[in-house]
Design a protein around this ligand. Structure first.
Ligand code: GDD
Ligand code: MN
Length: 389
């Protein structure tokens, strides 16, 4: 096959390489990819440059004009007019990509191109949808980061794993390969740096394999990750958290659903009681000696708040924590809880006074009835659920 016919065929692998001020690195990256790509797989590199002030875009254009073509390897460049963020640059690249396999990598030589053939091989070998080059599995490493940067990365990883229930060990990796088909139907928010995380949350069904690599901190140019990106990160986790579907329950029987929700509601009520009791004790004696009634008020406020939040999140699986909605639900919750307290008083009073029940038994019945009315009212009016489901 001649070079021309080979390069006219559709590439099988597209490598997306976002650049912003990488004039000192980009040519080396493009060259080393050319050195390592398997010759039997048509590969296309797509540089996505955001009009870098240091002339990265122009350097790539010159490279394309002057450099001898490598068989099976083409390089494209997308010029965007402004710096629009890493995720959105990667998306622009993906839109242009013709390959069925997409590889995403940084352009500062932090991601060794030698790993790319291994990723492509692993996609085939394990028949999986995505391969992530990982720093946080056995064999993976980070070279050249200071303690602070390591800590930030670790914390961000823990937040993603615990908060978003992600099983992958390095969901913050910027180095990964996947089959383009998995993006079908996916709507990106493309906020900040975290495109991989977004895919992992929104496409939970895909099969993922991680392979270890050594992340090498850049030696030339400077990192674009600053505090605004950390803020973006927190925002995007928050957003992903809320767009994530609440756990699906397969239970269809309304009676079971009703009883399990009531069970959760009562359990939370019990924790609320414990919180109320502890806080009232701690604040009235011991460290801060404040008036016991004030301490008790603190206890009530704390337990009402925790009861509300836990019920919202756990009992009713409501993930909409927007300020307006939460406050309006909280007010209703307090009103209905006070109403429940009145019912409790009424029941205790009438049982003791009219029917001569022992106080302790009457109290137990009173608490249960009050809590039941709380449950029903909050279910229907605070969390807008049907009564029986
Ligand atoms: N086009 C474009 N537009 N490219 C950008 C932009 C942008 O707004 N911001 C950053 N880039 C490019 C950089 O030129 C670089 O190639 C790559 O994206 C990563 O940016 P760095 O500034 O080098 O990021 P880092 O090394 O601090 O962060 C790396 O590690 C993180 C994990 O801790 C990256 O790999 C991240 O993706 C990764 O999450
Ligand atoms: Mn970097």
């Amino acid at each position: 096959m001649t070079l021309e016919t080979l390069n006219k065929k559709k590439p099988q692998v597209s490598i997306i390489i976002p650049t912003y001020n990488e004039s000192q690195n980009i040519v080396n990256v493009l060259k080393s990819i050319g050195d390592i790509i398997p010759k039997n797989i048509l590969t296309q590199a797509i540089v996505v440059d955001d009009n870098s002030p240091d002339g990265t875009g122009k350097i790539v254009e010159d490279y394309l004009k002057n450099v001898k073509k490598i068989a099976g390897y083409t390089v494209d460049i997308i010029h965007r007019t402004t710096k629009n963020g890493l995720s959105s640059a990667i998306l622009s690249g993906i839109q242009r990509a013709s390959g069925e396999t997409i590889v995403v990598m940084d352009s500062d030589l932090s991601h060794p191109p030698q790993i790319i053939p291994k990723m492509i091989e692993a996609l085939k070998q394990y028949q999986c949808d995505m391969v992530i080059a990982s720093r946080y599995i056995t064999g993976g490493k980070i070279n050249g980061w200071n303690k602070k940067r390591k800590l930030i990365s670790k914390v961000a990883t823990v937040i993603a794993k615990k908060g978003l229930d992600i099983k992958t060990n390095d969901p913050m990796s910027g180095f990964f390969a996947f089959r383009k088909g998995i993006l079908k139907g996916l709507k990106f928010d493309a906020l900040g740096y975290k495109i991989l995380l977004e895919i992992l949350v929104k496409k939970r069904g895909i099969s993922v394999k991680e392979i270890p690599y050594t992340f090498q901190n850049r030696t030339l140019g400077s990192s674009k990750l600053d505090s605004s990106i950390i803020v973006d990160y927190v925002k995007s986790v928050w957003k992903l958290y809320h767009s994530d579907k609440p756990e699906k329950s397969n239970e269809k029987r309304n009676s079971v659903k009703f009883i399990s929700k009531a069970g959760r509601f009562y359990t939370i009520g019990a924790t609320g009681f414990a919180i109320n009791y502890l806080i009232s004790i701690i604040f009235s004696g011991g460290v801060t000696e404040i008036w016991y009634l004030h301490a008790n008020i603190l206890g009530i406020i704390a337990s009402m708040t925790s009861n509300f939040l836990l019920n919202k999140w756990w009992t009713f699986r409501d993930r909409n924590f927007s300020f307006k909605k939460t406050i309006s639900q909280f007010s209703k919750f307090i009103i209905f809880s006070s109403f429940g307290a009145l019912i409790q008083l009424g029941v205790v009073f009438s049982l003791v006074d009219n029917y001569d029940w022992v106080y302790t038994t009457a109290l137990a019945i009173g608490v249960l009835t009050g809590a039941f009315s709380n449950f029903v009212l909050n279910k229907k009016w605070t969390f807008n659920e049907k009564l029986w489901q």
